[in-house]
Design a protein around this ligand. Structure first.
Ligand code: ADP
Ligand code: AMP
Length: 219
């Protein structure tokens, strides 16, 4: 059983790297952002409540998000491991991982400057159904505005509007950044937990190979 967390600010490249590690290591990705967007698209009460918060760049409640993760992990595909993308985002969520005995071997933190983040989020395009991520300059689709696999139209995320991006960065600094020290401290005490930082301002291929190397040595 080997669990991994991809930590980092919004727009750092967590989803991009998660998709790559999923392909290379056959690890299921648990993206709480994608699960929430699916709930919104399905029009469930949970999705409707989450949408208001997400559109404002705020976090959804710990209880709701931990419930989504708990449900996801009951799937047989998660028996041998999983990769968290965008979870945990608060100390309460990190403590839930501990209290629910969700095994984690590696925490990989993607570091990048705010300037780069803003440029990444303004050019991000997504395929809503699958969560596949593109960038108009850095990772363009083969045909402009269309998903490579399905040919369906790509969308801009509502929370990638510049005003909302600033709110999301504020929320990141207040609520998620403390997790860096949380995991660095725990990794120093626990022999089975590794904490690593990767410079995510490098080109995608380089970030991918550095993270894959960490995964290969720690999990
Ligand atoms: P996150 O999941 O952390 O919010 P994404 O993986 O969605 O981030 O990446 C944000 C945007 O930046 C996407 O448009 C993606 O194509 C682009 N991107 C991701 N990693 C890199 C990179 N290393 N260099 C350039 N662009 C990147
Ligand atoms: P993401 O796709 O990871 O950028 O997440 C998009 C939005 O979904 C965030 O800005 C939050 O509103 C919500 N969200 C995703 N993951 C979490 C989480 N672990 N805790 C709380 N809210 C979350």
């Amino acid at each position: 059983m080997s669990g991994m967390i991809l930590l980092g600010p919004p727009g750092a490249g967590k989803g991009t790297i998660a998709a790559y590690i999923q392909r290379e290591r056959d690890l299921p990705v648990v993206s709480t952002g994608h699960l929430l967007r699916q709930a919104i698209a399905a029009g469930t009460p949970l999705g409707l409540a989450a949408k208001t918060l997400m559109d404002q760049g705020q976090l959804v409640s710990d209880e709701v998000v931990v419930g989504l993760v708990r449900d996801f992990l009951t799937q047989p595909v998660c028996r041998h491991g999983y990769l968290f993308d965008g979870f945990p985002r608060t100390v309460v969520q990190a403590e839930a991982i501990l209290s629910e005995r969700i095994a984690i071997r590696l925490v990989c933190c993607l570091t990048v400057s705010e300037e780069v983040i803003v440029a990444r989020m303004s050019g991000r395009r997504v395929h809503p159904a699958s969560g596949r991520v593109y960038h108009i300059d850095n990772a363009p689709p083969k045909r402009e505005g269309l998903d490579d696999e399905t040919g369906e139209p790509l969308a801009t995320r509502a929370d990638d509007q510049p005003e909302v991006v600033l709110d999301r960065l504020r929320v990141y600094h207040q609520q998620t950044k403390p997790l860096i020290d949380f995991y660095r401290t725990r990794a120093a005490l626990e022999p089975d937990l590794a904490f690593v930082e990767v410079d995510a301002s490098q080109p995608v291929a380089q970030v991918q190979s550095e993270v894959l190397r960490m995964v290969a040595s720690e999990m």
